[in-house]
Design a protein around this ligand. Structure first.
Ligand SMILES: [Zn+2]
Length: 434
C-alpha cells in the first residue's frame, strides 16, 4: 500500500482533472484508450491476437464472465494462471483472512448475482488508485481530515484492506459475521462515513430505531445491491440522512458514484461506457476500464439494466447522469398479453408498484412460471396479501398483459446472498428476444 499513490490519485480525481465538458471527457477517454490498446497489444496474448485480427477497438468482440474465465490466462497481463489464482482466492474466502496474494497482485472471487463465480486480479498500483478514487468520491466537501470510514463488505480481499492514517481510518466489517456484534462494534467506532449493501443498511437502520445504534454518520453509501426507493426512504429516515449516496462497484470496476445532489454519475474519467439500448432510456452497459491493466476489462457486457437521466444534473458534472440502476437483466419479469406476446416488466417497475401496497416491511417477488409470481412477505395477513395482489394486477393492466397468478410464502432474511427483491427463476422461450 503506497500512501503517495493513494494521495496522488485522490488529488487527481478531486482537484487536478477538471472535466467540465463532454468534449473534455471524450478527449481524455480517447487518449487513455490509445495508450491502453498499445499496452494490451504488447502484454496480453488474448488482445494481441484479437487486435491483429480485428484492427480497431470498435470491432473487438464483447467479453463477459464466461470469456473472462475461459481465457483468463491469456487475458491477464501479470502471468497469473486461473487454477492457481482460483485456489488462492477460494482459500482466502474460506479462511476469511484474505492475506494470501499472488506476488504483488491481489486475487479475489466475486459472487455475482448470476451465480457464476468470477475471479479478479488487481495489481498494487490499481489497488491504490482505487482507494484514492473512492476517497476522492466519498469524502465530503469541506472537511477532509479525521474521517472514520466503516465498510461492510461481502467478499473481502486485500483490495479493501484497512488503511490507517491520521487523515482517514478505515474499518472493515464482515457481513458474514454476527450482525449484532457488528453493530455494537460500529457504535464504538462511530463512523463519519458508512458504506454497506442496502440490506445491511436496513439492519443498521432498524438498530437505530431500537436505540442500539446512535452514532449517526455524516454520509451513508449503499453499495453492491440495487437500491430500492422504499429501502432508501427507510434508511434515510432512521439514520437521519438528507440523501442516501450510492457507489456502483462490481468486480468489473467502479462504475458510478453519486454527486452532492445524490445523482448517480458514470465514472467516465476512467471507464468508457458503450450502451446497448433497451428502449425508453434504458440500456445495458458495455464497459472498458481504460486503466486496469493486470486483468483488462475491455468491451465487457454487464447484465445490468440502467436508466439514463433525462435532464442534466444541476451539479454541473460532465459525467453522464443515471436516473437509477434497475437490476439484473435476467431479473426482468416476462408477462404475456392475451395474444400470447411477451411483455417485459423491469424489476424496478415491480418495486415501484409495490410502493402502493401496504402492511409489510420485507418482501421478495420471484417469477417462477409463465404467469406465476411467488411473493415472500414478512407479514402474511389477508389484508396485506390482498393489497399486494391488487397492485400486481394493476401493474399487469397498465402494461397491457394478462394478470399473473400470485402465491405467497414467508419472508426469510439471508445475509449471505445479495438482496434482490425481484427475480425471475423461470426461463421462457422468449429470453433471447428480450
Ligand atoms: Zn450531479
Amino acid at each position: 500500500m503506497s500512501k503517495i499513490r493513494i494521495i496522488g490519485e485522490f488529488a487527481a480525481v478531486r482537484w487536478f482533472r477538471p472535466l467540465r465538458s463532454r468534449r473534455a471527457v471524450e478527449r481524455r477517454q480517447r487518449r487513455l484508450l490509445r495508450r491502453h490498446l498499445r499496452f494490451l497489444r504488447r502484454h496480453s496474448a488474448y488482445f494481441h491476437d484479437l487486435l491483429a485480427a480485428h484492427g480497431g477497438f470498435a470491432d473487438l468482440p464483447l467479453m463477459d464472465k464466461s470469456v473472462m474465465m475461459g481465457r483468463f490466462d491469456e487475458i491477464n497481463t501479470v502471468g497469473a494462471h486461473r487454477d492457481e489464482a482460483l485456489a488462492l482466492a477460494i482459500a482466502n474466502e474460506r479462511s476469511r483472512e484474505f492475506d494470501a496474494d499472488l506476488g504483488t497482485n491481489s486475487v479475489g472471487l466475486s459472487s455475482g448475482t448470476s451465480g457464476h463465480r468470477g475471479l479478479f486480479v488487481v495489481s498494487a498500483e490499481e489497488r491504490d488508485a482505487w482507494v484514492g478514487t473512492v476517497l476522492a468520491r466519498t469524502l465530503p466537501k469541506g472537511r477532509l481530515f479525521g474521517h472514520r470510514i466503516a465498510l461492510f463488505l461481502r467478499a473481502d480481499n486485500t483490495l479493501y484492506e484497512s488503511v490507517g492514517s491520521k487523515a482517514v481510518s478505515f474499518s472493515y466489517f464482515d457481513v458474514h459475521a454476527d450482525m449484532a456484534a457488528n453493530i455494537a462494534r460500529l457504535q464504538e467506532y462511530r463512523p463519519t462515513i458508512l458504506v454497506a449493501p442496502a440490506s445491511v443498511l436496513r439492519l443498521i437502520a432498524r438498530a437505530a430505531d431500537d436505540g442500539r445504534f446512535d452514532a449517526l454518520p455524516e454520509k451513508v453509501y449503499a453499495v453492491a445491491e440495487v437500491l430500492e426507493i422504499s429501502d432508501s426512504q427507510r434508511i434515510q429516515a432512521s439514520l437521519r440522512q438528507p440523501l442516501l449516496h450510492q457507489l456502483y462497484q462490481c468486480t468489473e470496476g467502479f462504475l458510478a458514484h453519486t454527486c452532492e445532489r445524490g445523482t448517480l454519475h458514470l465514472n467516465e474519467d476512467n471507464i468508457l461506457v458503450e450502451r446497448e439500448p433497451l428502449g425508453d432510456g434504458r440500456f445495458t452497459p458495455i464497459i472498458t476500464d481504460l486503466r486496469r491493466r493486470a486483468q483488462p476489462i475491455v468491451r465487457y457486457r454487464l447484465g445490468d439494466v440502467l436508466l439514463e437521466r433525462a435532464e442534466p444534473c444541476p451539479c454541473g458534472s460532465a459525467l453522464a447522469a443515471i436516473e437509477r440502476i434497475e437490476g439484473r437483466e435476467g431479473d426482468t419479469l416476462v408477462f404475456r398479453t392475451a395474444e400470447g406476446l411477451p411483455v417485459p416488466v423491469f424489476a424496478d417497475v415491480v418495486t415501484r408498484a409495490l410502493l402502493y401496497a401496504d402492511g409489510f416491511d420485507e418482501y421478495r417477488v420471484a417469477q417462477t412460471g409463465p404467469m406465476r409470481l411467488e411473493v415472500s412477505l414478512d407479514v402474511l395477513d389477508a389484508h396485506t396479501r390482498q393489497s399486494v395482489t391488487e397492485e400486481l394486477h394493476t401493474l399487469a393492466d397498465r402494461v397491457g398483459s394478462l394478470r399473473p397468478e400470485v402465491f405467497f410464502t414467508a419472508y426469510r432474511h439471508d445475509g449471505t446472498v445479495k438482496l434482490r427483491r425481484v427475480t425471475r427463476t423461470w426461463r421462457g422461450p422468449d429470453d433471447e428476444k428480450l
